[in-house]
Design a protein around this ligand. Structure first.
Ligand SMILES: Nc1ncnc2c1ncn2[C@@H]1O[C@H](COP(=O)(O)OP(=O)(O)OP(=O)(O)O)[C@@H](O)[C@H]1O
Ligand SMILES: [Mg+2]
Length: 352
């Protein structure tokens, strides 16, 4: 990756645990990205951080590594049901991705258990799993997490379990708010100890994010990493290595052009965004009959259990088309193997 210009992990002012360095070597990442080199030392030095950096700039490791290092430096070892870190992210798909990255880093530390709490699964099973396996690090979406605080009758006293919390991470803070999770986050914050480190990560710094910073962080250090060569005043929110293309066509030719494009790019993996769940279903069916020899998968917010399964399948496969409803920026950049994504409605068809 070409965004790795900010020195090696060994050049950080504090040493990372040799097994963390080992996990980075396994990933083939010898250098930090700018947001990582700016955030990790501050977060590890017990500062609250509010980091703004474009999508795809490596924010996940900018919090996964400090989370682990902070837990490793604890004086008292965490017991099975003591939650040391909580990572909140707006969508199930993002939570799954973070959980996978985290699992790579916790593998060499069997003393830490991690657990994923997302919608679309049976909450009762989530409770049982936590009771059996514990969860020192929780990765969760806000709705499910809030729900888990209300399950005392089932034997889960989460409010007590989080008393040992060292670190809270709010990932994609701007989207958390756009998606209407402000009330859930505030409820969750009420349960958490004030003596904790908080990291807030976001691709854009909006007024609403600013209020969340004020509500959840204490004397935060603000980090803003802009793309190289982009003026500080610029509003560019996409990584400079992302190539954007577009095609101008009449509105009624849009779908035909999409079909034509997909027929000519059957070897690649695609994501197509539509504005509503119904459009996803409708155009998904249409594409199935018009573009032969590729698997078309539909995913949108009105799907309950199926959505997690489809997402996992899509990630594994080499060259499928996925039709999605919703916002294209949400973690799209880090979906492995995506070469083209297209916005199909409303407005002009574009592909990037
Ligand atoms: N130090 C590094 N060296 C090389 N690649 C890296 C490094 N850190 C992260 N990456 C890779 O960069 C990609 C983007 O990382 P990540 O998902 O953390 O970005 P992000 O800033 O969270 O983006 P988004 O806003 O879309 O969630 C991933 O594929 C990740 O594996
Ligand atoms: Mg991210």
């Amino acid at each position: 990756m070409e965004h790795v210009t900010e020195g090696s992990w060994e050049s950080l002012p504090m040493r990372l645990h040799p097994r963390v360095l080992g996990a980075l070597r396994e990933l083939g990442f010898p250098y930090m990205t700018p947001v990582q080199s700016a955030t990790i030392p501050l977060f590890m030095k017990n500062k609250d951080v509010a980091a703004e950096a474009v999508t795809g700039s490596g924010k996940t490791l900018a919090f996964v590594i400090p989370v682990l290092e902070i837990l490793l430096r604890r004086e008292e070892k965490l017991k099975k049901h003591q939650v040391g870190a909580l990572i909140i992210t707006p969508t199930r798909e993002l939570a799954i991705q973070i959980d996978e990255v985290l699992a790579h880093f916790t593998k060499p530390f069997p003393q830490f258990s991690q657990i994923l709490w997302i919608g679309g699964r049976n909450p009762g099973e989530d409770v049982e799993r936590f009771k059996e396996q514990g969860g020192n690090i929780i990765v969760a979406t806000p709705g499910r997490l809030e729900d888990m605080f209300r399950r005392k009758a089932e034997g889960l006293d989460l409010a007590s379990c989080v008393r040992s919390l060292d670190v809270l991470v709010l990932d994609e803070a701007d989207r958390l708010l756009d998606m209407g999770f402000e009330a859930s986050i505030n409820t969750i914050l009420e349960f958490l100890p004030k003596q904790r480190r908080t990291g807030l990560f976001s691709a854009t710094q909006t007024q609403e994010v600013e209020s969340l910073v004020r509500a959840g962080l204490r004397n935060p250090v603000r980090i803003s990493v802009k793309e190289k060569g982009v003026a500080a005043s610029s509003t560019q929110k996409t990584p400079s290595r992302l190539k954007n293309y577009y095609m101008v066509c009449k509105a009624d030719e849009k779908f035909n052009q999409l079909v034509h494009f997909l027929r000519n790019h059957k070897q690649e993996k695609h994501l197509i965004f539509f504005s509503t769940c119904a459009c996803v279903e409708y155009y998904g069916k249409a594409l199935e009959s018009l573009v032969k020899g590729v698997k078309i998968m539909c995913i949108h917010g009105k799907m309950k259990h199926k959505r997690n399964k489809i997402f996992m399948e899509f990630r594994k496969l080499q060259r499928w088309v996925s039709c999605r409803g919703g916002h294209p920026r949400l973690g799209l950049f880090s979906w492995p193997g995506i070469l083209f994504s297209a916005l199909c409605s409303p407005g002009p068809l574009s592909s990037s």
